[in-house]
Design a binder for this molecule. Structure first.
Ligand SMILES: NC(=O)c1ccc[n+]([C@@H]2O[C@H](COP(=O)([O-])OP(=O)(O)OC[C@H]3O[C@@H](n4cnc5c(N)ncnc54)[C@H](OP(=O)(O)O)[C@@H]3O)[C@@H](O)[C@H]2O)c1
Length: 277
């Protein structure tokens, strides 16, 4: 007889959400507040975090915020240590903060590579390294890394951003096997194009092309709902959009065909970059 795993109760769980001041992080905070979890909201924009904290409190939820720049290693340490000192435990860490970069691999400056890896890869890595001993001591926990479909398949003119997400995918897969026996789940969420402030915060390198979301665009609330469902019933991999799962399968089977489709889809962007070089 098949036994189904019971849904986990989120109420009262101590959950850290990085990049909570907008987009996917904000939507996830609002969704988790309804459970109600005890949220620790992290980002740099104080006014945004204060307004979100207030919104959550008015709706009967519990949230506290930390204004931190996660590109700074000491601030990642502050996030984990202060949460542990204040609440005595950390049940879920959602590594969501990130930004994109549009530019060719050939011409991406080393300083930009450093900057984007600092936030998109090294901050989640360090936060995970610091939270694991806490989760081991408390008998379990859940780390959720927000990657992207471009962490599964490279797209032209965003190679360095893709690389940060491939790196995140790599440590997530390794880590989940290393910590499984301690009751710690590691999930990777791979959204497709999502309505958020991502396009506004996107950094531009060479080329005159404009950022346009690729394929059907989902809402930040759709991604948030998938993250909440993943906390209730942990999954290794989460694709909030079914089409992106299809892309990943197709790429594993016939990468040359996916190359053709992507080249066609991005032909204007590729042409603009060529003219600019
Ligand atoms: N939107 C998409 O199409 C899409 C698709 C796939 C994956 N994703 C991924 O989803 C995640 C969330 O992105 P989003 O779409 O919600 O974009 P967003 O609206 O731009 O949100 C990014 C968040 O990261 C925070 N952040 C940026 N730099 C930070 C820093 N140095 N320290 C701390 N926090 C920082 C921002 O807050 P502050 O500016 O206040 O610090 C903001 O809260 C990212 O990892 C992104 O790569 C997005």
């Amino acid at each position: 007889m098949k036994t189904s795993i019971p849904m986990r109760d989120i109420a009262g769980k101590i959950i850290i959400i990085t990049g909570a001041s907008s987009g996917i992080g904000r939507a996830t905070a609002l969704a988790l507040a309804r459970e109600p979890a005890q949220l620790v909201l992290v980002a740099r924009r104080h006014d945004r975090l204060a307004a979100l904290e207030e919104e959550i409190r008015k709706a009967g939820g519990i949230a506290t915020s930390m204004v931190l720049d996660l590109r700074q290693k000491d601030q990642v340490e502050t996030m984990i240590r202060s949460t542990r000192d204040r609440f005595g435990r950390i049940d879920v860490l959602i590594n969501n903060a990130g930004f994109g970069f549009l530019g060719s691999v050939e011409k991406t400056p080393a300083a930009v590579v450093r900057e984007i890896f600092d936030l998109n890869f090294e901050a989640p890595l360090l936060a995970s390294q610091l939270v694991i001993p806490i989760m081991k001591a408390q008998g379990g926990g859940h780390i959720i890394n927000v990657s992207s479909v471009v962490g599964k398949r490279g797209f032209p003119l965003s190679g360095i951003y893709c690389a940060t997400k491939f790196a995140l995918q790599g440590i997530s897969e390794s880590l989940r096997l290393e910590v499984k026996d301690y009751g710690i789940d590691v999930s990777i969420v791979s959204p497709a194009a999502t309505r958020s402030e991502f396009g506004e915060h996107l950094r531009h390198g060479d080329g005159t092309y404009k950022f346009q979301p690729t394929g059907p665009v989902q809402s930040a609330e759709d991604v948030a709902a998938a993250i909440v469902a993943c906390i209730k019933k942990p999954k290794l991999e989460v694709y909030p959009s079914r089409l992106s799962r299809l892309l990943v399968w197709a790429n594993a089977l016939v990468p040359s065909l996916v190359d053709k489709i992507i080249s066609r889809y991005f032909r204007d962007r590729i042409r603009a970059a060529k003219q600019h070089s």
